[in-house]
Design a protein around this ligand. Structure first.
Ligand code: SAM
Length: 280
């Protein structure tokens, strides 16, 4: 039974980090004319109204995108992320927030393809209605872990994968790693980005250790924390683990993350990590 709905969390600090990394990877891939495909294993609804009951109930976006919206003088990489959010809003006012499929849809070119997987019936319907007219997109209401394995290696031989499960099921932590290792065995040159929440630190330590032990090379980790780690109060930080990142990503994140920790941290408790887990 699926209960997670991203509409409660859209635009929070974890989305800011995730989508900043996503934008920077996709912008980098677009520097070459050669087509590539984007695979979103857990796509969500594609877009979210911030005035909805769900968003208003949690108001998480207030401590995320809302805090960045009017800030001036941000580094170019953060500006490029904000441009995508502004493009989706179409005005100076922040009224909605794009999901990862829409951000990819905005950035990708005519020659590129998008494969989107979403299991929740309501979110799948919203997503597929949104994508209907776009011939570059294939949208499936099926398991994204299996979908990813079936799609690699892609015809284009260039791919960006975003894996962003809700971690509603504890086995998702293990499934992410097992699936990434399997996908990488079939297609070692793809760029894979995995989002994770820090709810219990030891689970993330285990994921990192398994990836490091897998033999996969060229892995970086970027994490943004709002408050100190806690065992009792839910998510304190969120991160992205990127296999085969663009060579420019580390430097960009080293510039953005200290700033984001300062701007989005709670009561000066913001923190970040920018690490190479495995060298090239
Ligand atoms: N990637 C989206 C974004 O950034 O806008 C948010 C995705 S949300 C965190 C996770 C989504 O995965 C939920 O909408 C949930 O219904 C869906 N989901 C859960 N298990 C899944 C599975 N095995 N395969 C595909 N989708 C799944």
């Amino acid at each position: 039974m699926l209960s997670y709905r991203h509409s409660f969390h859209a635009g929070n600090y974890a989305d800011v980090l995730k989508h900043l990394v996503q934008v920077r990877i996709l912008n980098y891939f677009c520097q070459k004319d050669k087509p590539f495909c984007y695979i979103d294993s857990h796509a969500g609804a594609g877009g979210y109204e911030l005035s909805s009951d769900h968003a208003q109930q949690t108001q998480e976006y207030q401590d995320g995108i809302q805090r960045l919206w009017q800030v001036e003088g941000l580094p170019e990489s953060l500006q490029s992320y904000l441009e995508e959010i502004r493009a989706f809003n179409g005005s100076k006012e922040l009224i909605r927030y794009p999901g990862s499929p829409t951000i990819a849809q905005q950035i990708l070119r005519r020659q590129d393809k998008l494969w989107l997987y979403e299991l929740h019936p309501t979110d799948y319907k919203i997503l597929s209605d949104h994508c209907q007219e776009d011939r570059r997109i294939r949208c499936e209401q099926s398991d994204g872990f299996q979908g990813l394995i079936a799609k690699v290696p892609p015809l284009e031989r260039r791919a960006v994968v975003l894996m962003d499960p809700p971690y509603e099921l504890k086995e998702d932590y293990q499934r992410c790693i097992t699936t990434l290792i399997k996908a990488h065995r079939r297609f070692a040159t793809g760029c894979y980005a995995l989002w994770y929440p820090v709810v219990a630190r030891e689970r993330i330590n285990k994921m990192e250790a398994e990836l490091v032990a897998s033999g996969i090379r060229n892995i970086q980790l970027f994490e943004l924390g709002q408050s100190k780690d806690t065992e009792t109060f839910g998510m304190s930080a969120a991160g992205m683990i990127v296999i085969n990142p663009p060579w420019t990503l580390m430097q960009e994140m080293q510039q953005c993350l200290p700033l984001l920790a300062e701007l989005l941290g709670k009561e000066r408790s913001g923190h970040f990590r920018c690490e190479t887990l495995v060298e090239e």
